[in-house]
Structure formats: C-alpha cells, structure tokens
Ligand binder design. Sequence first.
Ligand code: 13P
Length: 248
Amino acid sequence: MRKPIIAGNWKMNNTASQGVALVKELAPLVTEANCDVVVCVPAIDIPAVSEAIKDTNIELGAQNVHFAEKGAYTGEISAEMLKEYGVKYVIIGHSERRQYFGETDETVNKRTLTALAAGLTPIVCVGESLEERETGKTEEVLFTQIRDGLKGIEDLTKIVIAYEPVWAIGTGKTATAEQANETIGYIRKTLGELFCPKCAANVRIQYGGSMNAKNCKELMAMEEIDGGLIGGASLKAPDFSKIVNFDK
Ligand code: 13P
C-alpha cells in the first residue's frame, strides 16, 4: 500500500510571518487527512514554520539542499542545517531549478544521495518540456532523468518522485488524468527495470502541474498517482486543504 502524499511547493512566496499565518489557517482544515501533508517552504521561513506546525500533522519540506556536507559554498544550505529544524522532505531537481539555476541530472543525483545519507526524504522531480512531448521524446527524457538522477540509490522506497510535465507547471494546463497516469506508469516500469520491480511497486510517485481543488479527485483516483506536488494552489489554505482531503 502506498500512502498518498500531498505536498505544497510554495516556491518563492510567503515571508516567514505570512507562512506562519498560512499553516495556522491550514492546520485545523487537514486534521482528518489520510495522506502525508507536507509544506515545502523557502529556506528562510523554515525556523518559524517549523515552530508553527508543532503538534499538527503537517510536515516540513525544503526546496533544495546542497550536496556537500559543509564548506565554501556561498548561499547554499546543507542537509544538517535543514535537519536541525525538523525538516523531513526536500524537493530536488525541480524544473525551475533545472531551467534557471543550471541543475543537471548529475547535481540532482549528488543532492539526492546527500539528502538520503542525512535521513531526509528527497522529492525528486522529473518531467518533459512541451517540445519534448510534441516531438515524441517524453519517455526518452524521463528515462535519462531517472537513470542518471537516481543512480546509486540503494532503497528506492526512501524517495518520492514527482512527475511534473514542464508544460503543465503554472500554466493552468493540467495533464489529463489518463496522460499523467500513463506517464507515471512508464516511470514505474522504468524504475522496475533499472532498480528492482518490488521497490518500483512501492515507491510513491506524485503528479505536479496545475493540480488544484477541482481536478485533484480525478487525478488521485488514478492507479499510478500517489499524490501531488502543488504550487499555486498550495498558497491558499482552503484550496490546499481541499486537495489534502481529496478522498472526502
Ligand atoms: P503549479 O501547481 O503552480 O502548476 O506548480 C506545480 C509545481 O511546480 C509544483 O512543484
């Protein structure tokens, strides 16, 4: 049984005090959740949000982690720093980081291995661009991202994968539930071939890209989809709570 995981990715939104207000509004709305509830917040919000979610069922995630343990990496944040504030999850290789900050499958792999070694749960993002989908390269792109980004992982079930088609992010264009299910099915099949079939059957794979209170039920009803990584709709407590409560 794969427990669903609904995670908000706030991206570069919410100051610490705004973030605290958001989780305080959210907490009473998600107490009956039958899934893992996570908010991935800007690094500087982590201390305040960590304090604000104590005694709730909301868990904390970061949006990136550096691959070195510590050292001369100006502007970066280590796994140990995140752990000290009770961070459990960390998004790695989001398409915005690949697109704007030079993230590659190699750096994704290094960050993922470091996060795992520190006991964090990486949420590793993969996904194709519109051009890649339209030219029939989706599977090829995903195969490479999985093979290179996840190289050397011993226990696949310790990570979460987020399938986020780049063309669906922030565009209001969701992949259809069938499209998302089929592509996530391909990801799972590939994981079975590259790692082991049993781990592939147990790894949680989220869908991300314009998921919202309206379309979440249909997406979550699909067999391969184990959760969502939600951007825009995670910034309003009523909207995000509806996604968390998709099964109600
Ligand atoms: P939107 O939900 O705003 O499309 O963002 C998706 C995303 O990138 C989550 O990581």
